[in-house]
Design a protein around this ligand. Structure first.
Ligand SMILES: [Zn+2]
Ligand SMILES: [Zn+2]
Length: 578
């Protein structure tokens, strides 16, 4: 038969059948099962709890003994007199010395009679002798690890540490040691401490390479997180890892890695961009709060009611996500709030009052800018600890805590959730977005002031939009905004539809209509050419059968995009030809 070699020294290796200790797991497993069924130990995600129950139901004996030097020794003893036939030395060692040093093998089949005891037994029950040797084998490392929850806290003494820290709240682990380690900790804990070791088991995803391979140093696919930290910062690294910790257990990490070196990671870069956005937003606030003193917080203005409502929703979502360990939802909620609601809209809306001449209105805007940002920083702190601490210290945060680390986690105030303000803001946002699209499609120079006509579909919409005129003019760079109902589209104007209104932007005098017509015609011609080529390619059987499916799909995608662009260009041309 084939003989294997040790890969270090090439010595022949042959199997040596030896007797092993096994542990009957039925009884100890039965203690854990009801705990899982009743969810006294919870799992996130919960499906792993069901897998655990299945594993317990099919439990087999555990091969417990190892022939290695270090470890907890098997608590079994042999009388050297009565077990002599079952004890044999290794090699040509001196018998007495071999026994003393544990250099012997045990065979119950050959006559060894184990006495199981933690401490050395007294007299041998058979011969009355007192010459005992302990079994030379040690326990499987996982057996010792299974004692970890209480053995590290002074057990078997009822130490203060054990009283205080046991059971712990959260056990965080990868899924490959859920049975090997986690369930066995539960078993030994229920056996020896008669109490669960932890309340929740969080099974975190495993990070794989871009193409779904294992990360491994020897394969050159390994990634040192500290390289990511050096390149993108610790906050960005934390952010991007948490953003990917969703329901999927195998995360394909987007970093390009060569020879264990990180080349680039789009997700870490997104984390860094988010940090920059937050930094700039805070700097903007700090530059605009000269003379500000914390004071009462009145919320009558639409923008203020809206941002506080959005903030409460974010607090609620994040608290729920945090409690159920949905970290990707956690990061998405704060990202959307900070980037979209606060930076993209609220900061812009606040400029009306910051730059206006009313000192009282300015103070109110400052109050909201500071308070909302301060709350957002506390929400973001567990995800991006460093930047949030720095920015929080720079803000007049009004907290008695001297670090954001010990500041309270924000609470959701249901009173501030304001569906009316959210609906009105949405109406405003859609109109502003509509005007911006017209500006873009009609190639209106960004600095150019425009005229905006808004034809509302209802009295309610008209009223909302009328009140929002200062915001709309600021956000769309309009010198005049007219709101009404049943307005007629002026000739040569761009238009857009929203749920609440139709929007017109007269283009006469705003752009050179002749030049714009020429430009649009040229663009349409270019698209025609591109589409002609693509259409022919996608009608060609040879291409369709020979090309890889993803290339064909890509070309179809391009075709659809060109066609959509062409339609937009034609619509724009129609407008300037009117
Ligand atoms: Zn060797
Ligand atoms: Zn004996």
């Amino acid at each position: 038969h084939a003989v294997n070699n040790h890969d270090n020294c090439c010595t022949d290796l042959e199997p040596l059948p030896m007797e092993q200790w096994y542990m009957n797991m039925k009884e100890i497993a039965a203690k854990v099962r009801p705990v899982l069924v009743r969810q006294n130990i919870q799992y996130a995600p919960d499906r792993f709890r069901h897998y655990a129950i299945e594993w317990l139901d099919q439990i087999r004996d555990w091969a417990l003994s190892r022939q290695i030097w270090w470890g907890h020794r098997i608590p079994a003893w042999y009388c050297t007199h009565c077990s002599a036939d079952g004890l044999s030395t290794v090699g040509n060692l001196d018998w007495e010395q071999a026994l003393r040093e544990g250099n012997f093998r045990v065979s119950v089949a050959a006559g060894a009679k184990p006495v199981v005891s933690v401490a050395k037994p007294d007299a041998c029950p058979e011969c009355g002798g007192q010459d005992w040797v302990q079994d030379p084998d040690v326990l499987d490392t996982w057996f010792s690890s299974a004692l970890w929850p209480f053995a590290t806290l002074g057990w078997p003494q009822r130490s203060d540490a054990l009283e205080y820290f046991y059971p712990t709240d959260l056990m965080i682990t990868a899924r490959d040691i859920l049975y090997l380690w986690v369930l066995r900790m539960a078993m030994t804990s229920l056996e020896f401490v008669e109490q669960i070791p932890f309340k929740t088991v969080l099974v975190h995803p495993t990070i794989l390479t871009q193409d779904g391979r294992r990360m491994s140093k020897s394969l050159g696919t390994g990634l040192n997180p500290l390289d990511l930290v050096a390149r993108y910062g610790a906050d960005a690294t934390r952010y991007c890892l948490l953003a990917q910790a969703g329901a999927v257990q195998d995360v394909r990490f987007d970093a390009a890695v060569e020879n264990n070196q990180v080349q680039a990671s789009a997700s870490a870069e997104a984390g860094r961009n988010f940090g920059n956005k937050l930094w700039n937003a805070t700097r903007f606030v700090l530059m605009n709060i000269d003379g500000y003193e914390p004071g009462p917080c009145e919320r009558s203005e639409l923008a203020d009611r809206w941002i506080w409502s959005r903030l409460q929703v974010a607090v609620r979502e994040m608290t729920e996500a945090m409690q159920s360990y949905r970290f990707s939802d956690l990061t998405r909620a704060i990202y959307d709030f900070v980037w979209r609601d606060y930076c993209d809209w609220y900061l812009e809306l606040a400029k009306v009052r910051l730059q206006g001449g009313d000192p009282q209105a300015r103070r109110v805007a400052q109050e909201h800018l500071v308070r909302v940002l301060e709350t957002a920083l506390r929400l973001l702190h567990p995800i991006m600890p460093f930047i949030t601490e720095t920015l929080w210290q720079a803000l007049p945060h009004g907290s008695s805590a001297n670090s954001i680390m010990v500041a309270d986690w924000p609470k959701c105030d249901d009173e501030l959730i304001d569906p009316e303000a959210e609906a009105q803001m949405q109406c405003l946002q859609e109109v502003v977005t509509g005007v911006r699209i017209i500006r873009g499609e009609m190639n209106v120079p960004p600095g150019r002031k425009i005229e905006v006509l808004i034809s509302a579909v209802s009295d309610e919409a008209e009223q909302t939009l009328r009140q929002a005129i200062p915001y709309i003019s600021l956000l769309t760079r309009a010198e005049s905004v007219q709101v009404g109902q049943g307005l007629v589209q002026p000739p040569a104007s761009g238009s857009a539809m929203t749920a609440a209104a139709e929007i017109f932007v007269p283009l006469e005098g705003l752009i050179d209509l002749d030049a714009e017509r020429q430009r649009l015609k040229r663009e349409i011609q270019k698209m025609d050419g591109l589409l002609k080529g693509l259409d022919a390619k996608l009608a060609n059987d040879r291409f369709l059968t020979k090309a890889p499916p993803e290339i064909v799909a890509q070309e179809r995608q391009r075709q659809a995009e060109y066609r959509a662009t062409q339609e937009k260009l034609s619509a724009s041309l129609k407008l300037v030809e009117a």
